[in-house]
Design a protein around this ligand. Structure first.
Ligand SMILES: Cc1ncc(COP(=O)(O)O)c(C=O)c1O
Length: 394
């Protein structure tokens, strides 16, 4: 007899973390694996951010902080929201957590009752449906079609709204597709959320990684939508701080206070000196962010071009994040029935780590992160081209 709860039994493992762990284990055995699986920048955290955390440690900032974050970091987040997004928030509307993932988890715990529906565009970041289910909610999936560049429309969302809908997830730029929703569509989504009185989780963790266009937050389309929107962001992607485990949410003070109570009783504060580093990230020079963005843009151009040149593979030209989600349906068939098997074959035989699309709701696609060096991109894509030609027999 198993001692596991239904909750534990029903939670799927993260395919992204799983593949990355296996690729790392193969690398440790001396196998030359090219990794496209991990969703983390390959740059180091900028020095001035590290220096601020080291200084905090040396000054003895080694104790508990307020559970929902230090006043200094909340103030810095308010300044950031005003400066970069033109939005006014007060510190009581901010919570800092152990990564954006943790903020999202606490949000779902704070606002979802059993049976409440949460609209999630497909393809989606792997954790949204699992976290919704952990809170007793029901994920309702809405297609963001590949032929529309994986951009969800307000009309598709509206068709999925029911009396049980509580919250809508917007993730632009998107993981896993890199899609950025056009401002006009975002405005329509804002209007429908206001019309139906839906909360909006706006996951903006890739805000700074857009190519050829600027980011706009859905919360900026007026005070009514700002009131309903929970803006989530963090430090992992923009400042290359994945291991620091810091993220935040800004929104309705009652919801933020409820999330704070959940955080009080579960994790308490995010790491004290990491928060000091995060203040330096937000208040310090931003040219490091732009340097990384430019490098990602170059890599995106190369990876998309290379993927499109492989017979049997087609690929959208995403405007953000550091992912591509090529369609590999023409490589599937026979023993390689789906993208799960394809990812296995690619890892074991071609020594490239990619994430199968099934975890994102798109089993005919695979996700490649181009948060890796140009040399790795060239080498890995050559291997993929060879593997694809074996599969198609061309
Ligand atoms: C869309 C999206 N949201 C949230 C997160 C979580 O980021 P963090 O490292 O801040 O927990 C990720 C990380 O991969 C992500 O891709």
């Amino acid at each position: 007899m198993s001692f596991l709860s239904d909750r534990a039994r029903n939670t799927a493992p993260s395919p992204t973390l799983g593949i990355t762990a296996r690729a790392n284990a193969m690398k440790a055995q001396g196998i030359d694996v090219v990794g496209f699986a991990a969703g983390e920048p390959d740059f180091d955290t900028p020095d001035h951010i590290k220096a601020a955390a080291i200084e905090a440690l040396q000054k003895g900032q080694t104790k508990y902080t307020p559970s929902s974050g230090t006043p200094a970091l909340k103030d810095a987040i308010c300044r950031k929201l005003q400066r970069e997004n033109g939005l006014a928030y007060e510190p009581k509307q901010i919570i800092v957590s152990v990564g954006a993932k943790h903020s999202i988890y606490n949000l779902f715990q704070a606002v979802i009752n059993p049976g409440d529906e949460v609209i999630i565009p497909v393809p989606y970041w792997v954790s949204y449906p699992e976290q919704v289910k952990l809170a007793g909610g029901v994920p309702v999936f809405v297609d963001a079609p590949e032929e529309d560049g994986f951009r969800v429309t307000a009309a598709a969302i509206e068709a999925a709204v029911s009396p049980r809908t509580r919250l809508l997830v917007v993730n632009s730029p998107s993981n896993p597709s890199g899609a950025v929703i056009a401002d006009e569509e975002l405005e329509k989504i804002a209007a429908l959320a206001v019309r139906h009185n839906l909360l909006v989780l706006s996951d903006e963790i890739y805000e700074h990684l857009t190519y050829g266009r600027d980011h706009r937050t859905i919360a900026s389309f007026g005070p009514e939508i700002q009131r309903l929107t929970l803006v989530v962001n963090g430090f992992s992607k923009a400042y290359s701080m994945t291991g620091w485990r810091l993220g935040w949410l800004a929104g309705d003070p009652e919801i933020v206070a409820a999330m704070g109570r959940i955080q009080d009783q579960s994790t308490s504060n995010p790491t004290s000196f990491a928060q000091a580093g995060a203040v330096a990230a937000l208040d310090g020079p931003q040219d490091c962010v732009e340097m990384m963005r430019r490098e990602f843009e170059k890599r995106r151009n190369v990876i998309v071009q290379r993927l499109c040149a492989i017979p049997g593979v087609s690929c959208e030209h995403p405007e953000g994040a550091f992912y591509v989600l090529p369609n590999v349906s023409r490589l599937l068939g026979g023993a390689v029935a789906d993208s799960d098997v394809l990812a296995e074959v690619l890892l074991n035989e071609a020594h490239i780590a990619v994430v199968p699309g099934s975890g994102f709701g798109v089993p005919t696609n695979i996700r490649l992160s181009y948060a890796t060096s140009m040399a790795n991109i060239e080498k890995g894509l050559e291997r993929l081209a060879t593997a694809a030609s074996k599969l198609t027999g061309k």
